[in-house]
Write a protein that binds this ligand. Structure first.
Ligand SMILES: [Zn+2]
Length: 46
């Protein structure tokens, strides 16, 4: 995902201003072997 591109969620915001931080958190959990929610579950903006 391009950081300066539009976010995949369709909010119209740049990815880095929208879901990037959330996905980085998810990645931390995934790296620990934990189950992380699917992107579809994250569609509602925080
Ligand atoms: Zn987003």
């Amino acid at each position: 995902m391009e950081r300066n591109g539009l976010c995949w969620c369709g909010s119209g915001k740049k990815y880095k201003k929208c879901h990037m931080a959330i996905e980085e958190k998810l990645k931390l959990h995934a790296d620990r072997g934990e189950i992380v929610p699917n992107r579809k579950l994250l569609k509602t903006p925080f």
